[in-house]
Design a binder for this molecule. Structure first.
Ligand code: NAD
Length: 506
């Protein structure tokens, strides 16, 4: 999927950003950026050469020498301006995002907005990057900590949130005093590049933010480079595990937010209308291409009778191009993704799951070439079936029965992934039991997609994450800084000399 193609088309080229300049790559490897609703080629993205990757890291290393000394207030003010520029350019950003990624315009606005919230947080960096001080840890001695930037940091991002996820990374890294090399998804780099242009317009100095494009080779170069101190990755479990192993072996900090298979539990006392709306939105929204989507629902007891109503609701969703008014489900990102999702639906049937709603090959007038799959629902899904064991990343919902909440919790905890989960119930006691016993990092109570706001951090767990600290929020301050602990004593003329002391003490 990531192999570059030789493209002769005259589509505009996506630029690299090196040392404050947008430059044309000298590479011979290019890939098309394609509108997934129409197959129109929007641009060509280069796979940067080794020299270009080296130049981007060198520019970031050089810029760090001065950027690390920049006053907190000066750093913060850039992000105040940046958030304003993102707001002013929201329409253009959203249109670009929908064109290259496929999601609906309102959903694209949500993508930009959830990133904008991190930029707002970066603008208050002075309140966040605070050390600690203990007065008089010994006579006349104070101990305090400095949270100092690491140096050059790097980010590698996936296709499904091309605005939000880059904005999880470089604003916080740069606000804390680091410089940055970003490697966006090669599938939809255009909105990311527009956000990068706005960041420069907001005042980020040359070399502080750099962008390279590419796939496996660029990612491996980032993992191996001796001058890169930390790597933040978001993407699939296979690639994230590789990045974590390779980057940490090279002595870097790494945080990898990876694949998911999120389950919801519906208890029979849940508010039926609200719950079915939430499930349909979270399972089929963004064509199921969210790491916090809900592709598995465990129906407890009498809630198993709700399947016909859920199917009826799913049938009302409009499948069309993301720019069409009223669209609920846009196209999958690529032809390869379409073939994969259709193949998994076939395997679900072959494996013996009950196909309650078949969304394959929907009629989408005006978008006959688009990568569409409509809402698809299977019941009687079991572990061991490919549709359960694999992350489908399409609008395919699997329903599983359970006799009670204990059985449902046990079922979810047996799944290796731990990104997100949700319970739907009117019982506070059941919700609290779920919150305590479920082994998943992000829990929703009558909230289908519990992505934390930046006052907190994204906290996927188990197979969905490698590394201890999450992206954005409080945890990422620790990820992007090194704690230095200073123990200090100052003598004045009245301090009596104690002579030479050869024991360990202060
Ligand atoms: P991906 O792993 O294919 O790509 C992610 C990044 O890795 C891209 O920049 C890509 O260029 C690079 N890459 C791809 N193949 C590589 C290889 N062989 N070696 C080195 N680098 C490689 O992921 P994707 O398809 O873009 O995104 C979807 C995945 O991301 C899903 O699994 C989804 O669950 C996950 N995701 C997770 C989170 C989270 O926070 N946990 C958020 C969004 C997406």
């Amino acid at each position: 999927m990531n192999a570059p193609t030789n493209v002769a088309a005259l589509a505009p080229t996506v630029k690299l950003l090196i040392g404050g300049k947008f430059v044309e790559s000298k590479t011979t490897e290019w890939r098309d950026v394609v509108n997934p609703a129409t197959q129109e080629v929007l641009a060509r993205v280069p796979f940067a050469t080794d020299e270009e990757i080296e130049a981007a890291v060198a520019a970031a290393k050089e810029a760090f020498k001065t950027w690390k000394k920049t006053a907190i207030g000066a750093r913060a003010r850039i992000f105040l301006k940046y958030q304003q520029l993102i707001r002013e350019n929201m329409g253009e950003l959203v249109a670009l995002l929908t064109a290259e990624q496929g999601k609906t315009l309102p959903d694209a606005e949500g993508d930009v907005f959830r990133g904008l919230e991190v930029v707002e947080h970066a603008a208050s960096i002075g309140n966040l990057q605070l050390g600690e001080l203990a007065n008089n840890v010994a006579g006349g001695v104070d101990t305090y900590t400095l949270l100092q930037p690491l140096g050059v940091c790097a980010g590698i991002t996936p296709f499904n949130f091309p605005a939000m996820i880059p904005l999880w990374m470089f604003p916080m890294a740069i606000a804390t005093g680091n410089t940055f090399v970003l490697k966006p998804s090669e599938q939809d780099p255009m909105v990311t590049m527009r956000l990068v242009e706005l960041a420069l317009e907001a005042g980020i100095p040359p070399g502080v933010l750099n962008v390279i494009h590419g796939g496996e080779r660029a990612v491996n170069a980032i993992c191996d480079h001796k001058d890169i101190k930390a790597v933040s990755f978001v993407g699939s479990t296979k690639v994230g595990t590789h990045v974590y192993n390779r980057a940490t072996l090279a002595g870097k900090r790494a945080q990898c937010m990876m694949g998911a298979k999120n389950h919801a539990i519906i208890l029979p006392d849940a508010n039926k209308e609200q719950t079915l709306n939430a499930i349909a939105g979270a399972s089929f929204g963004a064509a199921g291409q969210r790491c916090m989507a809900l592709p598995v629902v465990v129906l407890v007891g009498e809630a198993q009778k709700w399947i016909p109503e859920l199917v009826a609701k799913a049938k009302t969703l409009k499948v069309s191009g993301g720019t069409e008014k009223g669209t609920d489900v846009g196209p999958l990102v690529s032809c390869a993704a379409l073939a994969r999702v259709e193949g998994l639906i076939e395997r679900g049937i072959a494996d013996g799951a009950t196909l309650e709603l078949d969304g394959r090959k929907p009629k989408v007038p005006g978008y006959e070439k688009g990568n569409f799959v409509g809402p698809t629902i299977f019941s009687n899904v079991k572990p061991g079936m490919a549709i359960y064991d694999q992350e489908i990343f399409g609008p395919v919902l699997s329903l599983v029965p359970a006799k009670d909440i204990d059985e449902a919790i046990e079922f979810i905890n047996a799944n290796p992934n731990g990104n997100g989960t949700a319970i739907f119930t009117q019982s506070g006691a059941a919700a609290r039991k779920f919150q305590e016993e479920i082994d998943v990092g992000q829990v929703g109570i009558n909230v289908p997609i519990p992505v934390p706001v930046p006052l907190f951090s994204f906290t996927g767990s188990r197979a969905s994450k490698l590394g201890d600290l999450g992206p954005y929020g409080k945890q990422v301050i620790m990820f992007y800084t090194q704690t230095k602990t200073v123990t200090a004593r100052w003598f004045d003329d009245s301090t009596t000399s104690q002579g030479v002391n050869t024991t360990i003490s202060l």
